[in-house]
Design a protein around this ligand. Sequence first.
Ligand SMILES: Cc1ncc(C[n+]2csc(CCOP(=O)(O)OP(=O)(O)O)c2C)c(N)n1
Ligand code: SF4
Ligand SMILES: [Mg+2]
Length: 298
Amino acid sequence: MRLSTPDLDLLIRGVCMELKELATDAANTWCPGCGNFAILTAFKSVLKSLVEEGAPVENFVMVAGIGCHAKIADYVNINSFYSIHGRVAPVAQGIKIANPGLKVVGFAGDGDAYGEGLEHLLFAAKRNVDFTMFIHNNRVYGLTTGQYTPTSPLGFKGRSTPRGTVESPVNPLELLLAAGAGFVGRAYSGRLDALKAIMKQAIQHPGFAVVDVLQVCATFFNVYDYYNQKVYELKDHDPTDFERACALAREWDYSSDAPIALGTFFRRETPRFEESFDRSELSETERSERLKRMLEPR
Ligand SMILES: Cc1ncc(C[n+]2csc(CCOP(=O)(O)OP(=O)(O)O)c2C)c(N)n1
Ligand code: SF4
Ligand SMILES: [Mg+2]
């Protein structure tokens, strides 16, 4: 094989990475056709390209919630932390504030982030700690076998609503924009290239970034055909235009039969929480001594 000069450069620096190096031995238990496969593939590909551009792989940390989506942490060979249902945001923020050199990427479900964890998500948007959240929005509780979530459409028939839900869904993008999120986007597991592109932009955004990924649950809410007809990619949209971003977010309310925009709705850089956080400058040894003292029984 002939290597180009940039390839040789990467090899010499020891960062030329094969995608298989990011795989783990864990058996994948997602159902055939699950949209989580696309998110996993896209994330590994983005990670590979960021590492090749110079980001140390050991500086990435994945934080997962609880649900089918969360198994993604088992399938990528980097530092990861399984949190609890609804608590991806506080764990991710804690990691980032304690060690600002890390690149923290959260993976949450729709039940996880828009249900039990909603207040954490909105306060993360308000607070603006530098981390990224990808929300695997399959609009159903997948792991617990098909109950409705905050983004299930009106009339959704599932295990807990056999005659159809009578509640309208929340619109997460409107909520996140209102809460002050600096980067808000939407992707679809059936459009891999666009998914990779927005994942990379979101991770590189300096501040809180959130992407609602329409991730199809092939078993409990299979809407591939519907999305394939309805989605379109944003073109000539100015992501600094907040009013336009709000109008785009309102175009589809997660229930109506409207066109579904994909892409970066809004992007704005504002001061990050951790920049003004009063950090104590202790050495490694002093820190572990203090931690030990705190953990000693009284
Ligand atoms: C604190 C807490 N509340 C509830 C549960 C039960 N629980 C586990 S997974 C799950 C549903 C997950 O749904 P979602 O977040 O949409 O993820 P998906 O499985 O669809 O990827 C629930 C309710 C739990 N494990 N812990
Ligand atoms: S239940 Fe749905 S979300 Fe969970 S692995 Fe199966 S297809 Fe994917
Ligand atoms: Mg879900």
